[in-house]
Every structure is written in C-alpha cells, then in structure tokens.
Ligand binder design. Structure first.
Ligand SMILES: [Zn+2]
Length: 264
C-alpha cells in the first residue's frame, strides 16, 4: 500500500536520468601533451551512449588495438624524448557513433550528438593550442586499423590536401620521403602505401582519409597538417610497432617540425 507513495518520485528520477543518459566527457579520453603532435583514435571504443541502438548503416567494425598503440607510443615518446603527444581517444563504440563521418552520417540518434561534438571540440581545442604554441608546425595523426591488406600501413591525406601547409613549407618529401613518418616505417621493413619512391602523392581510395583529417587539416585556415594512418592487422600484432612508430615520429619532428616554438 506504500508503493503508490513512492511511484511518482521514482518515475521522475527515471525521466531525469533518461534526459541525460551519459556525460560526453566520460566517453572520450582527453590528455594534453607538450609536443607538436596530436593522436586521434576514433574507432577502438566499446562503450554504449545511453540506450541508443546500434547504427543500421555504415561501417561499425572496431579498429582493434589502436587505442593501445596510441597510448603505448605516447608513453615511449615520453621515455625517449621527455615529451608527450596530445591524445583524444573515443571510449564509445563505433556501432553507436562514428566521429570520422560528417555529423549527419555519423549517427542515427540525436542522443549521440553531444559525444560527437565533444570529440571534435576537444580535437579542435588541441589543434588551436599546438598551432599557436608551435607556429603552425604541428601534425595531427588519426590512428586506424584495417584488415583488407593486413601487412600494409596506408597513409591518407586526401592526396596531400590535408597537409597543404607542410607540403608548401617542405615539399612532398615531408609526406613521402625517407624521413616522412611512413618513409621511416618503410625503412624498418614495414610495407607502406604510398611507398617512398612513388612518383606522386596519390593514395589508395579506400584509405585516403576520412572526415577527421579533412575537418582539422591544413586544408582549413585554422587547421594543422593532418594524416590518417591505417595500420594493417598484422602490423598491429608486431610487438615493435609502437617503438618503431615513436622513432618515426621523432625523426619526422626533428627534420620537419623544428622551427622554434612561438613565444608566449
Ligand atoms: Zn577506423
């Protein structure tokens, strides 16, 4: 007979928690760094967003081990140089939200949109920060995994478009030469595409770069140079990958991002 007395408050509590089913800040790992490199990892989360249903269209497969690769590489960079890259890592599953798509194609429920905005706002904040600290000489690396070609690491930059500033400053060699990031990985026996001896910047259509690099890349006035790396499944199983990736970033940074930081 006391049940009715509690039914209304309980119902109100339920409605209130439905209205705010999750906190977007809990769904994205955001860690500031102190070097001109930002890692974005959009596809290795496994968490839900409230009670929304999985998307019915578009790719929903998880880029396994890419979060671990980013975090391990960040730790190794700190160990080797004393400096850490900035990190933005999705904890939510791509089944519910794909931040590497335009907002209208990224979700099928309005409830996913706050997480979408949070991910991109954090990235944009870091892009603005490194751009001003390092006079625009900074690189965003959007980290992915693919299984179509398990032995290959594909670079995407929309055929050089999202690295417009770097190409203008240092030439194609910065994106594809021996001291480019993929060039360094190739020198450590990884198969990369495009290869360093390719005559142009043409990339594989399947992996030439998604929304993240095009939204935050130097094709935009306020962006920074941005590349997408699609690590093949077998390359992600290589225990040396994080260390080799860290070394590749250090070599690239020493050659192409060495301009003195802007004074505050
Ligand atoms: Zn991906």
């Amino acid at each position: 007979m006391h049940i009715q007395k509690f039914a209304l408050p309980l119902l109100l509590v339920s409605i209130c928690s439905l209205a705010k089913a999750y906190d977007p800040a809990d769904k994205v790992i955001v860690k500031p760094g102190n070097m001109p490199i930002i890692f974005s990892v959009p596809h290795d989360g496994d968490e839900s967003l409230g009670w929304i249903s999985p998307r019915s269209k578009g790719a929903t497969v998880r880029d396994a081990d890419t979060r671990e690769l980013a975090e391990k590489t960040a730790d190794l960079l700190e160990k080797k140089t004393g400096k850490r890259p900035y990190l933005v890592i999705a904890k939510f599953s791509r089944k519910f939200l794909d931040v590497n798509r335009k907002e209208e194609d990224a979700q099928e429920s309005a409830e996913a949109i706050p997480a979408y905005h949070h991910y991109h706002e954090q990235l944009a904040g870091f892009v603005t920060e490194v751009s001003s600290k390092y006079s625009g000489n900074a690189l965003l690396i959007d980290i992915h995994g693919q299984s179509d070609d398990p032995g290959t690491i594909f670079r995407g930059s929309r055929n050089g478009t999202t690295t417009k500033r770097l190409l203008k400053r240092a030439g194609n060699v910065a994106l594809q030469g021996p001291t480019s990031i993929t060039g360094q990985l190739q020198s450590k026996s990884y198969q990369v595409f495009p290869a360093i001896d390719a005559t142009d910047l043409k990339e594989d259509k399947r992996f030439n770069g998604g929304y993240i690099i095009s939204a935050h890349g130097s094709n935009n006035a306020t962006g920074i140079d941005a590349i997408q790396l699609e690590f093949g499944k077998r390359t992600r199983e290589n225990a040396s990958l994080a260390s080799d990736f860290a070394d590749a970033i250090i070599a690239f940074q020493n050659k192409f991002l060495t301009e003195a930081p802007a004074s505050n």
